[in-house]
Design a protein around this ligand. Sequence first.
Ligand code: VG1
Ligand code: CO
Length: 542
Amino acid sequence: MIRTVPTKPYPDQRPGTSGLRKKVQVFQQPHYVENFVQAIFDCVPDRDGAKLVVGGDGRFYNREAIQKVIKIAAANGFGHIVVGRGGILSTPAASNLIRVRGAIGGVVLSASHNPGGPDGDFGIKFNVANGGPAPESFTEAAFARSKAIDVFRLVEAADIDLDRLGVTRLHETTIEVVDPVADYQALMERLFDFDRIRDMFRSGLRFSFDAMGAVTGPYAKAIFERALGAPDGCVLNGVPLPDFGGHHPDPNLVHAAHLYEAAMRPDGPDLSAASDGDGDRNLIIGKGCFVSPSDSLAVIAANAHLAPGYAGGIAGVARSMPTSGAADRVARKLGVNVFETPTGWKFFGNLLDAGLVTICGEESAGTGSSHVREKDGLWAVLMWLNILAVRRQSVLDVMRDHWAQFGRNYYVRHDYEEIDAAGANDLMGALRGRLASLAGSDLGGKRISVADEFSYLDPVDGSLSSNQGVRLLFEDGSRIVFRLSGTGTVGATLRVYLEQFEADPARHNLDVASVMAPIAAAAVAVAEIPAFTGRLKPDVVT
Ligand code: VG1
Ligand code: CO
């Protein structure tokens, strides 16, 4: 039976860079999930009889939220709901399912790289029919709706058994519990040369993948250990747990420091990798060689044709603005398109749909392609395996060759986390107020040629996104970018992105921190970071 439940709106349901993300306790408030899900569905006009994909990263509150989503969806006219067994779907697998099943959209329960558990974070994302994150126009409409909502509808029924594969009915809706891995694995087998990668494992490649207690465990075990014959046990923390086993599933040099340390040992793995909470990010470390995500994007763009799925070449590359320009150099050499978008995967969707680009990436360890409409952690790892299997080189040698050919964009990001929100806004405001005087001035001994705030005009739908980060571009090609995070749940996070280009091959193997020290100091000084944030150094350097 369908019940219409009166409710009162919450004022704070504005989605950020990637969906609505808050503390678990916030989501546990009465009707909090229900209101937001109803607000989303109210913005999907063609939902009657349509197909919907539902799944999450397995974190605390995943199962409870999924039951709510299914019951509300069934009461709102969806005809067929496809849900991952155990409530599990990685973000890229959900994107793929939406596409292959012809769904109108999907609800992904995840706070991605944010910590999980009862005191951690939870999140709800909505993806549209192309499989990608809902565009800003949709998330703004859902936010507006959430502030006016006075009822939600749900089917009153017992919980769906999420652990049994197969089809059941809920009121007039078909509920189908599917294997979360199968379709995704089939897609990967089409894109990459599994035979060649299998041979490489057989000839002794040492590989380690850390699923960090989050969603990629079942995918990684099925693909790396079972399909590709990598040694059993090469997948670490491979069972998705509600608290991620205490791991913070953000695959960076702080939270995956153990991988880095192992990779730097002479007997360390040839390739170490990790993914984040919802499986859309990747960390790539070769023996003795951390690959910065910006460099990884460039290497993938330059070598994608080595994988069967991209043998015909790529149409172009898109990167988020804070991502280094390394991929641009590859695109120019290949003579293909290159686009610079705001932070967040939703901005790549139109470019991919229009066939303008094939490969996309962000400095935050997100890489992906036209195969889905999300970034894809395991895809990136498979791409690296495919590249290594064909080139028969170490990661370090691949990188050295790449820098020799294209030059090296030294790059680092400094994050100041959980700082006072007012101080963070004041810092950005002060910078904005000084853009005109900064342009043409000297900073740290170098001339600033452009000082502006990035905005993006989508070439496909003409939409404009403003206030996407303050940029200081120097005459010598180096760059400082300041931006506030849109995914944190406590205070504000200031991200400072630093880049410096080096053409001289004799200077391609220097210590990154030393190379970046002067520009890092210039960034601290020009933004008066200690004065505005009270912090003398960043919390995360990655
Ligand atoms: C961060 C990253 C951004 C990424 C976003 C979602 O956003 O910088 O590149 O797209 O997280 O990734 P922000 O606003 O905190 O800088 V995920 O893995 O949370 O889906
Ligand atoms: Co993620």
